[in-house]
Design a protein around this ligand. Sequence first.
Ligand code: ZN
Length: 427
Amino acid sequence: MNFIPEFTPAALAGRQLAGLKWTVSHAYEHNNFYRAGLEKAKVRPEQIKSLDDIRRLPFTTAKDLTSEYPFPFLCVPLEKVVRVHASSGTTGKRKVMTYTQKDVHDWARMFARCYQMAGLTAWDRVQIAVGYGVWTAGVGFQLGCEEFGAMAVPVGPGAIDMQCQFLEDFQSTVLGCTASMGLLLSEEIKRRGLSNRLALKKIIYGSERSSEAMRRKISEQLGGAELFDIPGLTELYGPGTGIECQAHSGMHYWGDYYILEIINPHTLEPAKPGETGEMVVTSLCKEASPLLRYRTRDLTRLLPEPCACGNLFPRHDRILGRSDDGIKYRAVNIYPGQVDEVLSQETEVSSEYQIHLERRDDGREYMTVKVERRESSSSTENKALEARISKAIKSKMLVSAEVELVDFASLPRSERKTQRIFDSRFE
Ligand code: ZN
């Protein structure tokens, strides 16, 4: 069955304009917060005549979601709502989104496209090792899998023994996980000597930024498994709104369900083509909680060139970080993703690292990057390697850092998201 429609760029733009008009008028008619925002911006729904008119709409943010708690942006009567999901907000109130039956079905169709794009068939068995519950992850992977017609093995996160047992007994061919869990499980499979008894061929992973080095490591430990990065935001349905294709250069996104803009997070102006900026999304047919120019805080860039795989859906790069996880260090904004990039160029180190920021007795800020040596590394030239990484950080990030090599597997692994930044400067 084919889940991926074909759109010419012109047909897609037509679809987007119709969806934009519908969404603006739906939000204006049915939600006081949206109506007030649009009135303040002096925009009426009938004034949306072209895709460029999206720039007249006000932005919305995570703060709006929490101030409108518990059912922010709600645009349908509650009797039409069949489900809520919430994200694991770090502080205060969670971000809650509501779904109608159509919203749930649209999401499942989008996720089914993802499985198709990753080359799955009805014969595949998808072991789902992400969180179930109020989060969108587990249920998203599962609904999409059932819609697509493959077999879901819903294990949830953690449970390493059960994961290994089911991978072997059920011969699961695909694993859905976070990058951290992928690394942890692949190391465990290698340690237990299981890899030649498994049928695992593909890893669909998401929800946290991952480095090239981490991807390589996971793939190698699983005997060359193919990795697919999947973006996902609770605010925009959940995981499955796009996926890396088999050409493995960026991610196609389902532009018939939402418009993606990239803006400069400081000036709020559109980023230049191909320039990195903050992803802003506007939903096109979301009924219960539509999004108007929602600032995701995720940093990425559009990839305007045609994709080698031939699919015409537009593409963005992998998520390079979050505009609010940039850290000010000695007056420079640094992002963990930049350390990922530096380490990915080094063959003598693993993918795991930690960034420690502290203020010492001299009153100045210091950054120490702890980096794991490669597995079974016999290198004795620690000082030279540390100096080389430190120099690369200086040239890439324009800041000084002390680099400290530590033994392989000495930094903690996580089943969810790995903490990489330890900031004690303000304690
Ligand atoms: Zn492609």
